[in-house]
Design a binder for this molecule. Structure first.
Ligand code: SAH
Ligand code: SF4
Length: 360
């Protein structure tokens, strides 16, 4: 495990709005009002999101007068890596410091041929899931568009060599659909092919605990992949694990998933944490296959990641394999997702907002 701390950023309050808080349309409108040609938006976005510069001064094909105008009207935030931890399996956990002193965690995961980045969408989370470390702090606040994007820009600085960062999962701290507007604005920049960050929508996945009232909008607003944290096959168990189930019980959740507008040949991923003695029986496996019948589904089994503050245990390996076997027999694609970065608490559900107060 390696610990690194980078330089402290400027701490003066920033009164000008951050250029990374704006969409392409908003910037174009602003430039238009100032009499600047619309193609400048593309040029400026290209500097920020493709060439990934850190200041307006570096935008050499923008005239001095226009750079001055930008500097006078906008600030330019930089991702601030307060701490980086490297796991034995080469996963990297970043602790990003935010302007108000809060912190968020982001995990860069090396896969065979590419990197995946797991990003946060809120500081803390209000959903109160029993098994999840992030739930312990409650919701502190939503992340802004720039704070979501800066996690990707910050991690990209460390991605060198042949392997590229191609996959983004919104599975870090927070419930993305509870911060809908900022999340969608950030996704639009991430997947903007016209000098935005150019991630493929097929390689961006949003994971939700099941805020079904946002599903229709999400299907309309983006074509990214959807993942559902399911974790139980009956309402009693799911409500015990995930309080949101009391509001939107399984029947409603599955209905909303069946209606969800999927891209052709795409499936919804159902994440199922296996917890010893709670949801890991053969009966659960059978119920799961029945429950998911109305949906085009694939299943990710996640052996529970144990952490202090939660009494749950991970099942024996043989139990996990038997559970998976039932799913396969019933024709479901399922993988067992062995979380990386466990030695640095970077695995699923181990991210925490607790550090923020002690470190600032
Ligand atoms: N709030 C969103 C996204 C972030 S949680 C959601 O709930 O989907 C990301 C994933 O981590 C979820 O699938 C959640 O079920 C899983 N998770 C949380 N705590 C975990 C733990 N202790 N072990 C394994 N997975 C966990
Ligand atoms: Fe929030 Fe997701 Fe954790 Fe539940 S599992 S508390 S929704 S981050």
């Amino acid at each position: 495990m390696t610990l690194t701390t980078e330089i402290i950023p400027e701490t003066l309050p920033e009164l000008k709005p951050d250029i990374k808080e704006f969409t392409r349309e908003e910037l174009t409108r602003w430039f238009h009002e100032k009499g600047i040609q619309p193609y400048r938006t593309t040029q400026i976005m290209s500097w920020i999101y493709l060439k990934r510069v850190d200041s307006f001064d570096e935008m050499t094909n923008i005239s001095k007068a226009n750079r001055k105008l930008l500097t006078e009207n906008f600030s330019f935030s930089k991702p601030y890596k307060k701490q980086i931890e490297v796991s034995a399996d080469r996963s990297k956990k970043y602790l990003f410091g935010l302007k108000d002193g809060n912190c968020i965690e982001t995990v860069l995961i090396p896969e065979k041929n590419h990197y995946t980045l797991c990003i946060s969408t809120q500081v803390g989370c209000a959903m109160g899931c029993r098994f999840c470390m992030t739930a312990k702090s409650g919701l502190i606040r939503n992340l802004t568009q720039a704070e979501i994007i800066n996690q990707v820009l910050g991690a990209l600085k460390d991605v060198t060599g042949e392997k590229q960062l191609t996959n983004i999962v919104l599975m870090g701290m927070g419930e993305p659909l509870a911060n809908y507007e900022n999340v969608i604005r950030a996704i639009h920049i991430l997947t903007d092919n016209d000098n935005g960050m150019q991630f493929s929508t097929r390689r961006v996945t949003l994971s939700t605990s099941g805020l079904i009232t946002k599903f229709d909008e999400l299907g309309r607003d983006t074509k990214i992949n959807l993942a559902i944290s399911l974790n139980a096959t009956d309402n009693h168990t799911r409500s015990m694990l995930m309080p949101i189930n009391k509001k939107y019980p399984l029947e409603q959740l599955i209905d909303a998933c069946a209606r969800y507008q999927l891209a052709p040949r795409n499936k919804i991923t159902f994440e199922y944490i296996l917890i010893q003695g709670i949801n890991d029986s053969i009966e659960d496996a059978h119920r799961l296959t029945k429950l998911l019948k109305p949906v085009k589904a694939k299943i990710n089994l996640i052996p529970f990641n144990e952490h202090a503050g939660c009494e749950f245990k991970r099942p024996e390996e043989s139990v996990i394999l038997k559970f998976q076997e039932v799913l396969h027999q019933k024709g479901y694609t399922s993988i067992i997702r062995r979380s990386k970065g466990q030695d640095i608490s970077a695995a699923c559900g181990q991210l925490s907002a607790q550090k923020s107060s002690s470190n600032t």
